[in-house]
Design a binder for this molecule. Structure first.
Ligand code: SAM
Length: 354
């Protein structure tokens, strides 16, 4: 079997598919020189679909109350140090108003799994947003729910749903989550969301505890097969009140390497350069964009709650991470040759004509 990087790039270009073994070799071939080769190929591919345009999403962290106890997450239910909050409907809608004024055309409502965000409450919020601003896209990221619930959210007008699969290996999944959570149910959710007609986003943390080149190979194969409209990957960053508090953080450079590979596996994918990447490394988000990402999600949550949505330590929430810092973000993207656009940022299924 040929196993040089150019062979993999050619095969991805022509077939968009590699074997699990080939993905494993790629994961193990990470070094600066190979990262640069993948980066260049990914940038070229992204430009073929999206030019130098970067889409922005207004992220509204609607609450940090969560019934789950994921071992990596700072808002897990056992974290008694977390200062809990839940935004009211009025607060959520005023974040949307503020974001719309700033030029956002997509809003992401994200939070813990909190039964107070019932189908009734959420459908009301979604209908209100879509009634007032019919041209915007609404993305939900509120974890695992029933098929009926997903259907109600879709019928109310929600367009997209982000639910990272976290890992496509069930043993690894069990090392990251308590027994009541299963990869099987995650997959059920993703499958149903797709069937119902949501734009779906999966994803995983890079460098999560117990991750190996085999589990990464499965993640890449899963992305290849699911062909999600969106894919969120960011480095794992430890949080001091979780069982993984002493686990090492993921690497920003390896995250960028995987961003490039994902761009080549599924070229049209909407790929964010995440806050976690920007938190781990100065200019991390710029590096993510250069590696092939084409989405940034500035924070639109009320300033008073931003620190409380502490999934991991030292999370960035000011400056160009914040929606108010849009001018700064535009400047930092322009400096590396990219343009922030106010657009719903829907997926483009074919390469551009010109
Ligand atoms: N509850 C929803 C869900 O589970 O999809 C949305 C919120 S959840 C906190 C959003 C994402 O944060 C998770 O999918 C996870 O990958 C990421 N996350 C949680 N803890 C993290 C950590 N310590 N480092 C990096 N990312 C983390």
């Amino acid at each position: 079997m040929r196993n040089d990087i150019y062979y993999f790039i050619d095969k991805l270009r022509s077939e968009h598919s590699l074997t699990l073994q080939e993905y494993k070799i790629i994961a193990e071939s990470f070094n600066e020189a190979n990262a640069e080769i993948f980066r260049e190929a990914a940038d070229k591919k992204r430009r073929a679909y999206y030019g130098n345009k970067i889409f922005i999403r207004g992220l509204i962290e609607i609450g940090n109350i969560c019934k789950n106890d994921c071992y990596y997450c700072g808002i897990r239910r056992s974290n008694t140090n977390a200062e809990r909050y839940r935004l009211t409907e009025e607060e959520i809608l005023s974040c949307v108003d503020k974001g719309y004024e700033l030029g956002f055309m997509t809003f992401v409502l994200q939070g813990g799994e909190d039964s107070a965000f019932s189908d009734e409450t959420l459908t009301e919020i979604i209908k209100y947003i879509k009634g007032k601003y019919p041209e915007v896209a609404v993305t939900i990221s509120l974890g695992e729910r029933s098929r009926e619930s997903y259907l109600k959210l879709k019928e109310a007008g929600a367009d997209r749903y982000l639910l990272r699969h976290e890992t496509a290996d069930s043993n690894h999944y069990a090392k990251l989550h308590p027994p009541e959570l299963s990869l099987e149910n995650r997959m059920r959710c993703l499958k149903e969301l797709k069937e119902i007609g949501f734009y779906v986003g999966c994803g995983f943390m890079v460098g999560s505890p117990y991750q190996t080149s085999e589990t990464i190979a499965k993640d890449l194969k899963f992305i290849e097969e699911l062909k999600p409209e969106m894919c969120g990957i960011g480095p794992f960053i430890s949080q001091k009140d979780t069982p993984f508090k002493n686990m090492p953080n993921g690497s920003a450079d390896f995250t960028c390497y995987l961003l490039s590979i994902i761009r080549l596996i599924h070229p049209p994918v909407l790929l964010p350069s995440t806050t976690a990447l920007g938190t781990l490394e100065k200019n991390g988000r710029e590096k993510g964009i250069l590696a092939g990402a084409n989405v940034i999600m500035p924070n639109l949550s009320p300033a008073a709650v931003r620190k409380k949505y502490a999934l991991y330590d030292k999370k960035l929430c000011t400056g160009s991470e914040a929606a108010e810092g849009l001018a700064e973000l535009k400047g930092s993207m322009a400096a590396i040759g990219y343009e922030i656009v106010t657009d719903r940022g829907d997926i483009k299924l074919s390469e551009r004509e010109e």
